[in-house]
Design a protein around this ligand. Structure first.
Ligand SMILES: NC(=O)c1ccc[n+]([C@@H]2O[C@H](COP(=O)([O-])OP(=O)(O)OC[C@H]3O[C@@H](n4cnc5c(N)ncnc54)[C@H](OP(=O)(O)O)[C@@H]3O)[C@@H](O)[C@H]2O)c1
Length: 424
């Protein structure tokens, strides 16, 4: 007879329901792997009148779970930052293990939680890329390595939208609409399309890969809202594909962290990840490149990760939350945004008259930016032109200065747009 480990789930929505169902349907193998009987004692929701096809006792009082002496593990699946943080703190203060899928909360509060928890286990595999076990890969599988670089498609909604724009020539709003109709995008998709959700996940990964304690406002985050057909055409012309990437790179004792639309070689594995799928490439100094691919969201994939945390906790082998048992002697620092180096793509709409190109060239030269490839397209019936070009490697600071100067040029017709290019 297996001993019982009692679980309380706060939030029985998409993921919570998935956890209840999988624990019911795969009970035998899960309990065999865990060595205990994982028993859901209670769930908490906002509205008891909603129809839910699950058979666990429900309450609307969070205290019914976090103050219940018989509950060993609290699974937090409500999604709010502040409220979830309060739940997480009280859970740990009451000496119960915590499992959460809440990347937004962890992007702000993971270090505080680690400190409160001390040796109480916290599982958060589901917070980054749903079903892909990337946290365990970084924390355990790759733990002998310095992580040289990590590049990931960390948000399925934006990857779906970009795939539609590239493969089916849809504009951004048509693709977004379609993603919403198919249930891939929330009614309010802001955090998915403006890069914030991917930024939250990158910050969590960076803590495990590098021990970097940064918050969303500290890193460069840009979304996919301004990408248009010209950018896609330019990328295609020069052998690139556009992906919203989360990028972490170590150089000497600093780490750069950034999320933005990126032109990458279309033959790279990560360039071939389409639709709502997620993928991550991690380069370790000893192991070389490793690749992870799978569903980044959805009830089953995310619940699968939540349950893997429950099993690990049941086995009693959890390591410290963010994977560093003590502070390394060489502390890595977050590289300031303006020092980040990259190649860039520029899109400018300009008056089609003489002297304009010379002014653009002069601003680029003043800012030590040199052009690598160049395309000019006439805008029909408007006496205007689009100028599209890529640069050699330069810094964010130089590009920002050039953009500020471009904006003041009379002959520039719209805000200039830039995108970064990754050749590695
Ligand atoms: N959905 C995914 O594919 C996915 C993937 C990765 C990570 N996540 C993360 O997983 C978490 C849960 O996401 P979800 O998609 O399952 O959310 P969801 O479908 O909106 O479900 C949220 C659940 O929490 C309950 N809830 C909300 N506020 C509450 C409160 N103040 N008190 C009590 N119950 C409350 C809701 O109750 P009612 O049912 O009564 O409204 C609902 O059952 C989020 O942190 C999300 O970022 C989700």
């Amino acid at each position: 007879m297996l001993k019982d480990l009692n679980i309380g789930i706060i939030g029985i929505g998409t993921v919570g329901r998935g956890v209840v169902k999988i624990l019911e349907e795969n009970k035998e193998i899960i309990c065999a792997r865990a060595g205990v009987n994982l028993n859901i004692k209670k769930g908490v929701v906002r509205d008891l009148n909603k129809t839910r096809d699950i058979k666990i006792p429900l309450s609307t009082k969070i205290e019914d779970i976090i103050n219940d002496d018989k509950i060993d593990i609290v699974v937090e699946l409500i999604g709010d930052v502040q409220k979830s943080y309060e739940i997480a703190k009280k859970t740990l203060q009451n000496k119960k293990a915590l499992v959460t899928a809440n990347k937004a909360m962890l992007a702000y509060h993971r270090y505080e939680l680690q400190q409160i928890a001390n040796d109480i286990p916290i599982g958060f595999e589901a917070s980054v890329c749903g079903g892909i076990p990337i946290i365990k890969a970084l924390k355990d599988g790759l733990s002998a390595n310095h992580i040289i670089a990590l590049r990931g498609i960390l948000n399925g909604t934006s990857n779906y939208i970009l795939t539609q724009m590239i493969q089916n020539n849809q504009d951004f709003f048509t693709a977004l609409n379609q993603a919403q109709n198919l249930g891939y995008a929330e009614a309010d998709p802001t955090l998915d399309i403006n890069g914030t959700d991917a930024g939250h996940k990158l910050l969590i990964l960076a803590s495990i890969a590098y021990g970097i304690n940064a918050k969303p406002q500290d890193i460069l985050i840009e979304g996919i809202e301004s990408i248009n057909a010209d950018d896609i055409e330019f990328a295609n012309e020069f052998g690139y594909i556009i992906k919203l990437l989360g990028i972490a790179k170590k150089q000497d004792n600093s780490v750069e962290l950034r999320v933005h639309p990126t032109m990458i070689d279309k033959n790279k594995m990560i360039g071939k990840i389409e639709g709502v799928m997620n993928g991550i490439s991690v380069i370790g100094d000893r192991v070389g490149e490793t690749l992870y691919y799978g569903a980044g969201a959805g009830a089953d994939a995310t619940a699968s990760a939540v349950i893997s945390d429950l099993i690990e906790i049941a086995r009693g082998k959890s390591s410290l939350m963010l994977g560093f048992e003590r502070t390394p002697q060489t502390l890595l620092k977050l590289k300031p945004k303006e020092e980040i180096q990259s190649r860039y793509y520029f899109r400018l709409s300009v008056d089609d008259k003489s002297g304009v190109l010379a002014k653009i060239a002069s601003i680029l030269s003043e800012n030590h930016i040199s052009i690598s490839t160049f395309l000019q397209k006439e805008i029909k019936h408007k006496n205007a032109a689009k100028i599209l070009f890529s640069t050699h490697t330069t810094t964010e600071k130089c590009v920002k200065n050039a953009l500020d100067q471009f904006k003041n040029l009379e002959s520039i017709l719209q805000n200039p747009y830039i995108m970064r290019i990754e050749d590695e």
